[in-house]
Design a protein around this ligand. Structure first.
Ligand SMILES: [Zn+2]
Ligand SMILES: [Zn+2]
Ligand SMILES: [Zn+2]
Length: 509
């Protein structure tokens, strides 16, 4: 995940976990004459970082980041326990699926956004327990449906109209869905149909006193987004939870933990881990402050790359008593002598790391996905910017020459360099060209799907565009005569019909 200009040592999984190095040898004494963040930064420069952050054992999944227990996966980011999943973002417990954005328990699924518990579901959004279906939005327990919205417990429906089984199958055959141009045509029709359907103000399932979007089993979670699992409680400003988090504010990406504040990618699968503050990439630990990439530890302050350690400050070992005496002095020092960045922003104890000390450029992080900035804006705000890489690929197959029917495609396509239709002209981290990997070709053949025309990054951004932003607006129900108000991620100027819970239930069930 670190680009080639990152000036620190980056170790592979085996070396980082190996015994041939000791992060404690980089330890430094805390000096009250220097700024806290400067001292952290000089330690950070000395300690090797792990190339990719994975939560549990990964098998044959070398190109996955922030994932755990993945097997035979490729280009998956976030999520856990996936098997043979390709090009996915925040997919967990999925099997043999491709091009997923936020998915849970999916199998043989393709191009789904925010779907759950589904089988052979394609080009669909916010569906639960649907199978053998295509182009569905907000459907539950549907089987053999095509181009439908807001349906419950239905089979053999096309554009929300009921057909008899034979008629349905005949219609689907006539659609010739294995042809690229037909799929494109239906995609456009579905977009229109989607817009005219009824939209609940937020995708909240089994929630109490919660606001945000895509919340499952939450209680007292406000301004939260993409929370799954068995029950999160008392959280605010939290984005992406896989299993369940309690009493936490201002976090991104975690399986389970309690009392967490201002962190990225922390936690573990047990409830015993708690109290993480202002930290990145920490696993299975307790009482961790301002630390980076530490595992199975407790009581760490400003440490990097430690495993099974306790009572350390800047990678130096202290006794429990010494640690207990020194930490309050450091906190006071951070407040008395705060870090001031190039834009004049002040960082005392209680603030996350200053962005100018980040190992990543703004446009390399998911910040760019949800809060996109131009290079000028990013630099003006004090963020680093990564320049576009020179690629100069030798294209073997131009976009217009990609065979449109998967039945005509043979194994020779593997290792061919295929041009991305966007040719690097979009602002989507387009790689200009892409390849088809063997598992991917098998998937397309088995599912009778055409070869895509866009590189994986452009496909990801296309799905991202179909998601609502991580932002809430206070709005009124659009049903005539209804006075209800709510917090919604549908901006007021959007075309969708947005209903309150009550009106939605009346129409949809
Ligand atoms: Zn592209
Ligand atoms: Zn693009
Ligand atoms: Zn209403």
């Amino acid at each position: 995940m670190y680009n080639s200009s990152f000036p620190h040592d980056v170790y592979c999984y085996e070396c980082w976990w190996g015994d041939d190095w000791n992060p404690m040898t980089s330890g430094i004494d805390y000096e009250f004459s220097k700024l806290f963040f400067e001292q952290f930064q000089s330690l950070f420069k000395k300690v090797p970082v792990i190339s990719l952050f994975s939560g549990g054992r990964q098998m044959n999944s070398d190109y996955c980041n922030y994932t755990a227990n993945n097997k035979d996966c490729y280009l998956c980011f976030g999520g856990k326990d996936d098997e043979r999943v390709l090009y996915a973002k925040n997919a967990s417990f999925c099997k043999e699926s491709m091009d997923i954005f936020s998915g849970d328990k999916l199998e043989l699924c393709y191009e789904n956004i925010e779907c759950e518990g589904s089988f052979k579901l394609i080009f669909s959004k916010q569906c639960v327990n649907c199978s053998d279906s295509m182009f569905l939005y907000d459907c539950r327990n549907c089987l053999n449906c095509f181009g439908c919205t807001n349906l419950r417990n239905k089979s053999y429906c096309i554009w929300n109209e009921q057909y008899k089984r034979e008629e349905y199958l005949e219609k689907i055959r006539e659609f010739n869905l294995d042809k690229f141009e037909n799929l494109q045509k239906f995609k456009l029709k579905f977009e229109d149909f989607y817009e005219k359907s009824i939209h609940k103000y937020a995708n909240l399932i089994n929630t109490q006193n919660s606001s945000g979007d895509n919340l499952l089993n939450t209680r007292n979670c406000n301004n939260c987004f993409d929370i799954f699992g068995t029950g999160s409680e008392n959280c605010k400003y939290t984005h992406y939870v896989v299993l369940g988090v309690k009493d936490s504010y201002d976090n991104y990406g975690m399986p389970t933990a309690e009392r967490v504040y201002e962190t990225i990618a922390i936690g573990f699968e047990s409830n015993e881990n708690a109290d993480y503050y202002f930290s990145n990439f920490i696993k299975g630990s307790n009482r961790i402050f301002y630390s980076y990439n530490c595992i199975s530890s407790h009581d760490l302050f400003a440490c990097v790359g430690l495993k099974n350690k306790s009572y350390c400050i800047l990678n130096k070992q202290y006794t429990k008593e010494e640690y207990g005496a020194l930490v309050p002095k450091i906190i006071k020092h951070m407040n008395d002598m705060p870090y001031i960045d190039s834009k004049g922003r002040i960082y005392k104890y209680g603030e996350f790391f200053p962005p100018e000390l980040s190992p990543f450029c703004y446009n390399e992080t998911i910040a760019q996905e949800y809060f996109p900035l131009t290079k000028e804006e990013a630099l003006k705000q004090g963020y680093k910017w990564k320049e576009k890489e020179e690629r100069n690929y030798q294209i073997d197959i131009k976009t217009e020459n990609i065979l449109l029917d998967i039945k005509e495609v043979d194994d020779s396509i593997i290792n061919k360099v295929i041009e991305c239709e966007h040719q690097g002209t979009c602002n989507e981290q387009c790689t200009e060209a892409f390849k088809i990997i063997p598992d991917e070709l098998k998937f397309y053949q088995r599912m009778n799907l055409p070869i895509p025309h866009l590189c994986p990054n452009c496909r990801h951004y296309n799905r991202l565009k179909q998601r609502n932003p991580l932002k809430l607006w206070h709005r009124h129900c659009m049903k005539e005569g209804c006075e209800n108000e709510f917090e919604t991620s549908y901006a007021p100027e959007r075309p969708e019909i947005v209903y309150c819970e009550k009106c939605y239930q009346q129409e949809v069930y």
